[in-house]
Design a protein around this ligand. Sequence first.
Ligand code: FAD
Length: 218
Amino acid sequence: VVFHRDWAERLEVVRERATGAVTRAGDLLAADRVVLAAGSLSGRLAGVPEDVLPPVRPVKGQVLRLTVPAAYAPFLSRTVRAVVRGGHLYLVPRENGELVVGATSEELGWDTTVTAGGVYELLRDAHELVPGITELPLTETRAGLRPGSPDNAPLLGPTRLDGLLLATGHHRNGVLLTPVTGDVMAELLTGGELPEAVRPFTPKRFGPVPGALLEQTA
Ligand SMILES: Cc1cc2nc3c(=O)[nH]c(=O)nc-3n(C[C@H](O)[C@H](O)[C@H](O)COP(=O)(O)OP(=O)(O)OC[C@H]3O[C@@H](n4cnc5c(N)ncnc54)[C@H](O)[C@@H]3O)c2cc1C
């Protein structure tokens, strides 16, 4: 495999078939098949015909990192997952002494602002589970965008455009689902059928992207 670490400016389509990608520098990377796996930006690649654009929207998530001082260790020895006030919360202790608290889920388009309200809610709910948490130094706050599909399940496999496949839409579970996504896409690209387990996630389960969603992702 040759890796080209570059930005895809647009999909190259010739006679209703995806034939590669054009990089920011204007170079064409020709390919028999193209896998579009651009996360929350998957619905924004130029050149993809409108009726084939993946129906992916950005779902904002805020996450915190705290540090457990040596004097407090061991603070938590395993991951804690909970539902607090109807929201999902997790506390993940890392080997390097960090404690990750996540994550909010917000439908705010492309906004990646870390807000006082987001930090407050995470700390409030985490405090309810583990009161001692408010004694820890807060070392990082961050917001990212998850790729969400209309049913929040992944989009895996061929699209209605010949040569174009999707591997996106993993929403809250993209890290967890990385190995299985890699496996099924490799199986598909090396000539096999789409494995049974991923058939429910075919991009073809959705019709063309509704105009409203296109506007939201514009
Ligand atoms: C706060 C937060 C907490 C989360 N916690 C978890 C968790 O605990 N467990 C879990 O499983 N998942 C979690 N997720 C979700 C997970 O991060 C996503 O599902 C996952 O990152 C999606 O992977 P992806 O590769 O499809 O997209 P991304 O990770 O978004 O990667 C897409 C990449 O494509 C690049 N790209 C986009 N357009 C182009 C282009 N035109 N050319 C070249 N490159 C391009 C982007 O720069 C980016 O690097 C969390 C997400 C957030 C925001």
